[in-house]
Design a protein. Sequence first.
Length: 68
Amino acid sequence: METTIVPIKGMTCMGCVSSVKRVLSGMAGITQAEVSLEKAQAAVTYDPGKTSLQAIKTAITDAGYDVA
């Protein structure tokens, strides 16, 4: 398992946080996703054999947010 911090731009409310968390939690290989509005980031624990950092970033982008 690996844990990474993904900076996210464009989240403005707790609804945004819920949307990002729902998208990440639905991905295969992700065991934990903690999304913070205050820090504008997601802390994601994932299995690199099942998903990649790029796939995580793409899922966040596809949900309508920007990753740094």
